[in-house]
Design a protein around this ligand. Structure first.
Ligand code: ZN
Length: 198
């Protein structure tokens, strides 16, 4: 039964397809949007379309950026011989917030997850191996502490070591799921400083 009219139902359906938005939240958001002034709704819609059109992947590390090279990769004062491998751009941002890491990053955009059919070829490992043909002293693996994160770390350490490059792993993995915001900077720094060679 369509209680609200098909346009509102469609909006609720679209919103509830977003991660973390259940049906109740979607309804709340939909009614909020309908109640917003026209120009605010247009601004919101335009911002979404424009972000999608203009955000791309850094051609070096793969993080989300609106430039060819992200700010970290473009910064010549950083140590480009030290590469930290993270699962996503949120993890990169968490380490950047500490302001203490001076190397660069490589963003995998996922982890190896055999149960979900995600293999090494499905995340940005090939791009990492290409970068390793350059001058690299150390690769720091900072994948999450879950089963898939650990499996990814193990896979990476094997292929990187066989390239003759030092591989280290942060002391405790990044927390699994989108809870990076709740990992305080001290914990991240401790994990980084306590990293061990694999
Ligand atoms: Zn970059």
């Amino acid at each position: 039964m369509d209680y609200y009219g098909s346009q509102i139902s469609k909006l609720i359906q679209e919103l509830s397809s977003l991660p973390g938005v259940g049906n109740k939240s979607a309804q709340r958001l939909a009614f909020h949007i309908i109640g917003m002034p026209d120009d605010k709704v247009k601004q919101l819609a335009d911002t979404i379309v424009s972000a999608k059109a203009n955000v791309k992947y850094c051609k070096c590390c793969g993080t989300l950026t609106d430039k060819e090279l992200c700010d970290v990769c473009a910064d010549e004062t950083r140590n480009h011989k030290q590469i930290m491998v993270v699962e996503n751009s949120r993890d990169l941002a968490a380490y950047e917030k500490t302001g203490r890491y001076k190397g660069v990053y490589h963003v995998l955009h996922g982890v190896i997850a055999p149960m979900l059919g995600i293999g090494p070829g499905d995340i940005r490992i090939k791009e990492l191996l290409i970068r390793l043909q350059g001058d690299v002293d150390e690769v720091i693996i900072a994948t999450s502490s879950g089963v898939d994160g650990e499996a990814t770390a193990m896979y990476l350490s094997k292929v990187i070591k066989s390239a003759g490059i030092k591989v280290t792993k942060i002391a405790s993995g990044m927390p699994v799921g989108g809870d990076i915001e709740y990992t305080d900077e001290v914990t991240l720094l401790r994990a980084l400083e306590g990293r061990t060679e694999l």
